[in-house]
Design a protein around this ligand. Structure first.
Ligand code: QUE
Length: 342
């Protein structure tokens, strides 16, 4: 059975992720298959919009990327890992600039790579089952797939908090944050698909089915988030959280002690650089440099071992002393190996 199912349903290009054993985590082949379908439908006047969803079960839309394979490659020469990121980030860029409506159904777990194939689309459908997160600092990676673009563009320092701690947002909170565009109870997703296939316009179908969202559950913490996560070094952020003294702030400080110090430093600089960049392509080029380099490091190998391979959830990160020269170097050009986008 193929890992993605593509078909046309009454003028709607449909892509269904179909790798249920790995919660639809993206492989190189899934990304290139999606890119090929999007390219074909871009030119096809019979296609009005694209809708991306997942097959089988209610657990989730997409857990991320095929991180096991990336880690295996990173422990060797990193060639396969670099190829994966090239194909995945080129797809993220294609979605960002797609000329037709791109509707992602973010039903259930939507993390990492799953965010990259949804958040850059024009229409992001959230249900009561949606669990959004960018959890990469917990495996020695960084919040990639365009995290350097969308996270610093959320309100205040919300994106910095999400990126560093890997915090999860659920249901309506995902729309309130601006990550999703529409909230639909999950039992209306089928109704939406039928409405689109019957020729209703997307905005007419959505305005009849979407529900308003209430105040997000993170709202009471926004002032603290904006105060503490505004700093430009991890040491300052940790000190600020501890100085707050509230139960919530101390919990965030404790979470940060469990994340890879190298990932935290890379992610914080990635978001600060990304905030100042004026094109999505520039961000993806930066992230490609970081991905190629970080996936060859000890912390990434160890993070994947602890969280995904052995599942002991006890990564032994390298000490955080004197990281800055290593971090700075990760942002350097790859020369003729830099990411080239169309
Ligand atoms: C952080 C991550 C990922 C993760 C767990 C983290 C990630 C990812 C997966 C994942 C989960 C299930 C699978 C799979 C991959 O888990 O990026 O193949 O079956 O892809 O804490 O960044």
């Amino acid at each position: 059975m193929s890992e993605i199912i593509t078909r046309v349903d009454n003028g709607i290009g449909r892509i269904t992720l179909n790798r249920p054993k790995a919660l639809h985590a993206l492989t190189t082949e899934m990304c290139s298959g999606m890119a090929d379908a999007l390219t074909a439908w871009e030119q096809d006047e019979a296609i009005r919009a694209v809708l991306v969803d997942h097959a089988e079960g209610t657990r989730g839309f997409c857990a991320g990327g095929d991180i096991r394979k990336v880690a295996e490659s990173g422990r060797k020469d990193g060639v396969e890992a670099a190829e994966f990121f090239r194909v995945e980030y080129t797809l993220n860029n294609q979605i960002k600039h797609y000329p037709k409506p791109y509707i992602a159904v973010m039903d259930g777990i939507t993390m990492g790579g799953g965010v990259g194939i949804s958040v850059h689309g024009s229409h992001r459908i959230v249900t009561e089952r949606t669990i959004f997160a960018m959890p990469e600092t917990g495996i020695g990676l960084f919040p990639d797939v365009g995290g350097g673009w969308f996270l610093p563009r959320l309100e205040g320092e919300l994106g910095t908090w999400l990126a560093l701690t890997g915090a999860q947002l659920r249901g309506g909170d995902v729309v309130a944050a601006g990550i999703g565009t529409h909230f639909l109870p999950s039992d209306r997703v089928e109704v939406l698909k039928q409405a689109l296939a019957s020729g209703q316009t997307i905005d007419a179908a959505l305005s009849g089915l979407a529900e308003a969202v209430s105040h997000p559950s993170y709202a009471p913490h926004m002032a603290t988030i904006n105060r503490c996560f505004a700093h430009d070094t991890m040491a300052q952020i940790s000190i600020a959280l501890n100085a707050e003294g509230s139960e919530w702030a101390l919990k965030q400080a404790e979470i940060l002690t469990k994340r890879s110090p190298q990932s935290l430093a890379v992610a914080l600089k990635q978001l600060r650089e990304g905030r100042g960049m004026t094109s999505f392509e520039e961000v993806m080029k930066m992230e490609y440099r970081l991905a190629c380099r970080i996936t060859r490091t000890r912390d990434f190998s160890e993070g994947v071992r602890a969280v995904i391979e052995d599942k002991d959830n006890a990564p032994a990160w390298l000490a955080s002393v004197d990281l800055s020269p290593v971090i700075e170097h990760m942002f350097d050009s790859l020369g003729n190996m830099d990411l080239q986008l169309p």
